[in-house]
Design a protein around this ligand. Structure first.
Ligand code: NAD
Length: 541
């Protein structure tokens, strides 16, 4: 108990460590990689402080090494999910009643543990389980997650301080209540930080949560849960259930106390969940909050005034880092024909020069795609690019599944701006480029705007200010995160709040106050210090 009006430590973005040869962080990461690669762990759902095994298991293997089994995971069944819901509801009263700064302290502690002794555990498990290079793991599992913890605490404290005005004799207050019921967080494979943030953000606001991570991220999810426990998260606040997403959400969506969905993943899955929630509306005690960040077909559009070298670098980094498995990855580009003639060779040469392989070999720039399904999707797309008339493969196009799920970084050129490969999210290392006639800049902007159903990220490259302004105006609704002369990936918490509209999601900007508002149901309180005692008004005299 304290009378303090707590002010959280001001957040700053966690510095990204370099892992250069001879550095202390590199030695620490290598040592943790060796330990985690020694043998599979056995893990299971974690509910109200207890490990819940079912005997029905699935394996997690390193995407870049079929023979490296990392985990055996006990999958939840319907009874386990029901137990997780009960645990969340049982923990709710005490968690919600706890002073906000005590809740916040748990996550600020998680941030400091992660910045220090836990850093290489989350980095190494993300490298092995999701095939990220040291840099890609560092900016995700360490830095972004630390930033989510610290910045969300700051934003939450600012929300709590938002209070209404009061007339004389009255005291108006806003009680920023959590939702009534439990929140379901369903998370994707590609970012450990997102997997942790989706259950954490509602929990910070006093909600209790059932968290279903992707089967493909189950290895690092195990360590995220351990981090929450190490930070002192009370039992039952976040309940981890592994297994089939459709089954887990089915049980949750049938429950009258289902109060909110915090989802990141594919558009198809999100749409099916929204529909299912809609169909069950009469079941619920409250209208559930539905927050979803979903797919993208993110663009780079170059004007003829664009700097060729900056453009090539942005295309390569934007399309191929983490094998293009970022919702923000550049997967379609529009380049004026005269400029394309100049960048064709440098783009092809740089793409061919990219080192791909086991990410625990620190010289590599890329690892493997996440699983057999992703591998097959890309192999088929490359075959399609080779077979179709308007498309051809400029660089890359090789696939190799002998050791791991490797797809080489690939540039496809499409004369047809509405070809399937310009429209469909593949979620991997294929960039399709459409060369357009130099004088068709304005028409091309319309093409960019109307070609895909998504609206997540996009970038314009130009030195001509009028061209930048025109692109910014015409593409206003084409991207929730818009970049000028920069690659469309790599949003930083607190700097570029992330999310998109159209088929890309509800644009609730993870890691910002906007997202936290979705997990709050404000109560307006009016207190009258001297209430009137005569019902008649003066005009009645
Ligand atoms: P996914 O949709 O396959 O899976 C996401 C989660 O949903 C997983 O936990 C999965 O188990 C679960 N799930 C799968 N089928 C389900 C069903 N029928 N009902 C309920 N849950 C189900 O996505 P993924 O492959 O893990 O991630 C890649 C996708 O996520 C891409 O489309 C990418 O663009 C998107 N993504 C978007 C953002 C963003 O901020 N917009 C960020 C990261 C990833």
């Amino acid at each position: 108990m304290t009378t303090a009006r707590a002010v959280p430590p001001p957040p700053t973005n966690e510095p990204v460590l370099g892992y250069a040869p001879g550095s202390a962080e590199r030695a620490a990461l290598e040592s943790r990689l060796n330990e985690l690669a020694k043998g599979p762990i056995e893990t299971a759902s974690f509910i109200a402080g207890e490990v819940v095994e079912t005997g029905t298991t699935f394996d997690v293997r390193a995407p870049h090494a079929h023979d490296l089994q990392l985990a055996t995971v006990h999958a939840a069944d319907r009874d386990v999910v029901a137990r997780a819901i009960d645990a969340a509801l049982a923990a709710k009263h005490d968690w919600e009643a706890m002073p906000w700064e005590e809740r916040a302290a748990v996550f600020l502690r998680a941030a400091d543990l992660l910045a220090g002794p836990w850093r290489q555990t989350l980095n190494a498990s993300t490298m092995l389980g999701q095939s990220k290079t040291p840099f890609q793991a560092e900016i995700d599992a360490a830095c972004e997650l630390i930033d989510f913890f610290r910045f969300n605490v700051q934003f939450y404290s600012e929300i709590l301080a938002e209070q209404p005005i009061s007339a004389p004799g009255i005291w108006d207050r806003t009680d920023h209540r959590p939702l009534e019921g439990f929140v379901l967080a369903v998370t994707p494979f590609n970012f450990t930080a997102i997997a942790a943030n989706l259950p954490f953000a509602p929990a910070l606001c006093g909600n209790t949560v059932v968290w279903k991570p992707s089967e493909k991220q189950a290895f690092s999810a195990h360590f995220v849960m351990e981090l929450f426990r190490a930070a002192g998260l009370p039992d039952g606040v976040i309940n981890l259930v592994h297994g089939d997403g459709a089954m887990v959400s089915d049980v949750c969506f049938d429950h009258p106390d289902f109060a909110g969905l915090h989802f990141t993943g594919s558009t198809t899955v999100f749409r099916s969940m929204w529909k299912r929630i809609g169909d069950s509306l009469p079941t619920y005690r409250t209208y559930p909050r539905i927050v979803g960040e979903t797919g993208g077909k993110d663009f780079i559009v170059a004007h003829r005034s664009a700097d060729p070298e900056a453009l090539v670098t942005a295309m390569v980094r934007g399309a191929f880092e983490f094998q293009g498995q970022k919702c923000s990855a550049a997967s379609r580009a529009y380049v004026p024909r005269s400029l394309f003639d100049r960048i064709r060779e440098p783009l092809a040469d740089t793409t061919r020069s990219i080192e791909m392989g086991d990410p625990t070999d620190f010289r590599n720039f890329m690892g493997a795609v996440i699983d057999e399904g992703a591998f097959a999707r890309h192999r088929d797309a490359i075959a399609q690019a080779e077979a179709d008339g308007p498309t051809s493969v400029l660089a890359g196009g090789q696939t190799d599944d002998s050791v791991g799920w490797f797809v080489s970084p690939t540039v496809v050129v499409s004369e047809d701006p509405r070809h399937d490969l310009m429209e469909r999210e593949l979620f991997g290392p294929i960039l399709t480029v459409h060369p357009y006639d130099d004088d068709a800049w304005s028409e091309t902007l319309d093409l960019v705007d109307s070609t895909s159903p998504y609206g997540l990220t996009g970038a314009v490259f130009a030195d001509d200010r009028a061209a930048i302004e025109e692109a910014m105006a015409r593409l206003r609704h084409a991207a929730g995160n818009f970049y000028v002369n920069d690659k469309p990936t790599g949003a930083v918490v607190g700097q570029q709040p992330f999310g998109g509209g159209r088929a890309s999601g509800t644009n609730d900007k993870a890691g910002s106050a906007l997202n936290l508002y979705r997990w709050i149901s404000p109560r307006s309180i009016k207190e009258n210090f001297v209430p009137p005692k005569d019902h008649r008004y003066p005009h009645m005299g």
